[in-house]
Design a protein. Sequence first.
Length: 166
Amino acid sequence: MSERRREAEVNRLSHVDDTGAARMVDVSAKSPTTRSATATGRVRVAPEVVALLRSSGVPKGDVIAVARIAGLMAVKRTPDLIPLCHPIAVHGATVDLEVGDAAVDITATVRTADRTGVEMEALTAVTIAALTVIDMVKAVDPAAVVSDVQVESKTGGSSGDWRRTP
């Protein structure tokens, strides 16, 4: 294969066919491998929300516990939310939330031994956990903002390991 053609193949969007139509990538020929992905995000909140979170005083209840469960549930529902995402066997997931001075920081790590990666599952976990925080604090802080949702690292698969550099 010529270098130019190989570059075109690498740069081609995997979920678009030659005519430009959306398609689900066929992963049936791939062998299952151990894969993981970690994503992060944050919810910027007012100082009043930070104080309430630290004192367990949010009127709707335990924001951190509910957001953690929402993120874990989201991992399992990712292919229902992202149209071309493969349903895969999720073998492990963690969603951690930490209350900082001006935000709630969220980290999700998802693991599988399957034919495709879990980046979308990790991103979905972070996003749904963040939206849950917003839902539970919106009466106190209607200006809360979800920001900086991104993949931090991934392991496994044919493209190998990747880590975001600062």
